[in-house]
Design a protein around this ligand. Sequence first.
Ligand code: ZN
Length: 390
Amino acid sequence: MKLFKHARVFAPNDLGQKDVLVSGNKIIAIDAQINLQSSHGLQVIDATGHYLVPGFIDSLVHISGGGGEGGFKTRTPQMPFSDAVEAGVTTMVGVLGTDSITRSIEDMLARAKALKEFGLSVYCHTGSYHYPAPTITGAIEKDIMLIDEFIGLGEIAISDHRGSQLSWQELAKVASKARVGGMLSGKSGIVSVHVGDSSSGLDLLFEVAKNSDVPLSQFYPTHVNRNSDLLTQGFEFAKAGGVIDFTTSTTDQILAEGEVAADDAVRQALADGVDPMHITLSSDGNASLPCFDKQGRLIDLQIGRVSSLHKSLVSCVHKQEIDLGTALMTVTQSPANVLGLDNKGQISPGFDADIVLLDEMDLAIKQVYAMGECLMGEGGLIKATYFAEA
Ligand code: ZN
């Protein structure tokens, strides 16, 4: 058992100063004062001066690597375990991306299992950017029903020259497969949608919702902060019942070309009246972030980082002056809800003991617990991997 004393708890809403009791991998009690007789197996953690918040949920990470759009030398490496822990991310969703030729779903699933063995909670979407979707079992609904880690489909690409140029009818068909697979296995069956640069934006999703029985909320578009037109359309999507995702990994060059920084996008969305439960942030970790000149030549290439999720959270609070509870919602309760992760994203009895302690002054990540296990303490990473890059 672990007893956190004197923390200011954000559940993600502000609960004030509380003690939090963890037994095994679950939170079992929260109260103004919890006093237990010190006994063998009880660890008391003095959390004075800290905010105690849910472990972050990153709904889009290329856990087994991605990229490659600038040739083989631009393929990105897999996400190291330490990247997630140091970023306070205790739950993540792995996706494949553009390359489903040299990258496989099987390899991504193996990576998810490895990260789970290290103590994180890891889920995946079957498929890739492409249609028909690559799968393990030969069918989207079978993958979602029969493989524990698989909770949905994606990131399927629309409005992008790298996508499969789907019609609304084709998209409706694949979405219904994910939906049924989800229903039959008690998972979300959500369809993660990579939205590219094209001016058609989210049009295809609205078309599916209008012309078929698949609801708008079946889709979970990401990169919605890619440009201000898409952002505005995203607000409409969120108000119509969908959840929109903003990407936190970026570069100065990409911002100069019109991307709206994720923290700024959150502020604008809230000002426009979007419910914070319909906004999420994700890192797009280990994606490649290419930048091309006017002739289409690659001039800059960087890699997405899971750590950008926490940086954007801090900017939401310190730069955009969004209250911490609301900002936290976009990386905890809101992604848990859209992904159908019922035990995740809240500090509440019965929920998984995924806990991050933040410094009250600068919101720096001080300690990270996943499923009740301490992965990072004041002295840094606790759990070692076999190889530095694992
Ligand atoms: Zn994408």
